[in-house]
Design a protein around this ligand. Structure first.
Ligand SMILES: [Zn+2]
Ligand SMILES: [Zn+2]
Ligand SMILES: [Zn+2]
Length: 235
C-alpha cells in the first residue's frame, strides 16, 4: 500500500476494499473488513446514497522483516500496530470497546500523509475493532439510536500526525536498507497484546509490562501452560 490517501479520500474509506495478492490464510480476516469500516464511516452519510468502492491497496507479505517497523511509516494489517507517535498512545476508555469494555484489537493502519501541510507531514490512520461479533452487530444496529456525543462503538479509528521535524524520526526519508533507526524510543507496550501502553509492571519479574489486569493474567496462563507441557514432556 504505497499510495497515500488524500484528505478527501478519507471519506471514500467507506468503500475500502482490500484484496490479497497471495492466496493464503489472511483471506479470512479481510472478508470482514469492508463491512466494519462501512459502519464506522456511515455516520453522517445519507443511507440511500450509492456506495462507490475504492481500492486502497493490496495485502502483500513484507519483503523484509524490518519493513513494517514504525520508522519506515508502514501501512499494515494485523499483528501489533506500528504507532507513528510511539509515546502519546490512545489511553483510558478509548482503547476499549464501548460495549463490552474489553481491549480493542488492531485491524489495519494506513500511512496517509497530507504533504501540503507541515503538521501532517506524517499521518497514519489506525483502525481497531472488538473481536466479539456480538459487539460488532450491536454497534451496527444501535449506533443510529444514540447521539454522537454518547456513541457506543466497537470499531474505532485513530488518526495520528507529526510534522517533518519531530522527536521520533529523522527529517530525512528512510534509506530502507535495514539500517534505519528511530531517533527516539517509544513507551513500553503491553507484553501480551503489543498494542496498548504497558501501564502495569509485573510484580515478580519487574520487567514485563501489561496494559491491563486481563492481559497480565492471559500472559501468566500462557507461560504456566508452557511450563506445564514442558515438565510433562521432560518426564
Ligand atoms: Zn466488545
Ligand atoms: Zn494488552
Ligand atoms: Zn513477570
Amino acid at each position: 500500500m504505497e499510495n497515500s490517501v488524500n484528505g478527501d479520500s478519507l471519506e471514500k474509506l467507506k468503500g475500502l476494499q482490500i484484496t490479497s495478492l497471495d492466496d493464503d490464510d489472511e483471506e479470512q480476516e479481510q472478508e470482514t473488513m469492508p463491512e466494519e469500516l462501512d459502519d464506522y464511516y456511515d455516520d453522517d452519510d445519507d443511507e440511500e446514497e450509492e456506495q462507490e468502492s475504492v481500492t486502497l491497496g493490496f495485502l502483500e507479505k513484507p519483503i523484509n522483516r524490518w519493513s513494517l517497523l514504525r520508522h519506515l511509516f508502514p501501512s499494515k494489517a494485523g499483528g501489533p500496530p506500528a504507532w507513528l507517535d510511539p509515546v502519546n498512545l490512545p489511553s483510558g476508555r478509548s482503547c476499549l470497546c464501548d460495549i463490552c469494555g474489553e481491549q480493542l484489537q488492531f485491524l489495519i493502519q494506513v500511512y496517509a500523509p497530507i504533504s501540503e501541510m507541515d503538521s501532517t507531514f506524517h499521518r497514519t490512520l489506525f483502525v481497531f475493532m472488538c473481536p466479539s461479533m456480538k459487539c460488532l452487530l450491536r454497534d451496527q444496529h444501535e449506533q443510529w439510536k444514540r447521539p454522537p456525543e454518547s456513541s457506543s462503538r466497537s470499531v474505532k479509528v485513530f488518526s495520528c500526525q507529526l510534522p517533518r521535524s519531530n522527536p521520533f524520526y529523522s527529517s530525512e526519508p528512510p534509506k530502507c536498507n535495514g539500517t534505519d533507526k528511530p531517533s527516539g524510543p517509544g513507551v513500553a507496550l503491553c507484553n501480551w497484546c503489543g498494542t496498548w501502553k504497558g501501564y502495569k509492571v509485573c510484580s515478580s519479574c519487574r520487567k514485563a509490562h501489561y496494559c491491563s489486569q486481563k492481559h497480565q493474567v492471559n500472559s501468566f496462563e500462557r507461560s504456566f501452560i508452557f511450563l506445564l507441557t514442558n515438565s510433562i514432556n521432560a518426564q
